[in-house]
Design a protein around this ligand. Sequence first.
Ligand code: ACO
Length: 339
Amino acid sequence: MSQHTPVYASFRSIGAYVPEKILTNADLEKMVDTTDEWILKRTGIKERHIAEENEATSDMGAKAAAVAIERAGISAEVIDLVLCATVTPDYFNMPSTACVISDKLGIHNVQAFDISAACSGFVYLLSLAKAFIESGMKQHVLIIGAEKFSSIVDYQDRSTCILFGDGAGAAVISATSVASEGFIDVHASADGSYADFLVTPAPGSINPVSQKVIDEGLNFVQMKGNETFKLAVKTLTKDVKEILQKNDIKSEDIPHFVPHQANYRIIKAVGDALKMREEQVVVTVGKYGNTSAASIPMALNDIWESGRLQQGELMLLDTFGGGLTWASALLPFAGKSNA
Ligand code: ACO
């Protein structure tokens, strides 16, 4: 590509990996004081997948990435940047999970690093891939959202253990000179004044591993669920309205609205506020639970595999998570359809 040809970032492929083991609401009824009825009514979740004990975040990420690379029709050798979004990395904090995944895929001597943006991680990665590609620095960026949330969930805490699941999703983002294939817009933002809404207090510089950490369970995720819920609905709705208005696109013209899969009630409230029809809104929370940074690519993989996501169709992604962070993206699917 010549220096003067405009370069756009295009979404070339999607892949995912879902661990085999399933944790149902009936299983959780035996572990904490809850019921299938409560979980279903308050969250829409029926079951979630849980990784094996010896299955790391990087194992799941590498499997999802291998699928995405194959579907992009490229060889792993042409990938020049590997990015992983996770809050459940293999190691706190080195090596990065992106480095471990790169090695598992046989990708060496290529820039690789993790980002931490909780559930917003995958859409944050889209903004990075866009910037790296459109600046001319990189050509083929592998982005991965992978989480082993079961490694930071307290299975005695009914307010969190019912929500989360494990899994991974990945995509190949490549340079193109075809403007209609390019991302339309990505918006990513944060507000650290709400940091205490979603916290894993340890391990970290504030609480290095100690007996106190173990005794008080500070290594587990803590969430102000109800406050997070209310802010999520408000922020997601506002964010989607803004990105649509800015790009002069109407919500009824979006074939695939893929919100972060945290709670069906949040998805429904946002979809209703935006006057989305049911068939526009992608919902996978019932079978995967909240898989944090993996939730959006896993949902995209579902609609691709079922043949719903066709080449050239517009996707609107929207997410919200710990930090607090939020992000939205408007882009066409530039890969091959699954005929
Ligand atoms: N089973 C039965 N009862 C329960 C359970 C359970 N599993 N969990 C909580 N309850 C009880 C509470 O103890 C409370 O009882 P009380 O009224 O006697 O005190 C009652 O149910 C209501 O609790 P709330 O927390 O107010 O329930 P709410 O309707 O808000 O649902 C939930 C809780 C599902 C956690 C919801 O708030 C939620 O989904 N929050 C948002 C999560 C989210 O979006 N996270 C962002 C992304 S995550 C990330 O970034 C990693």
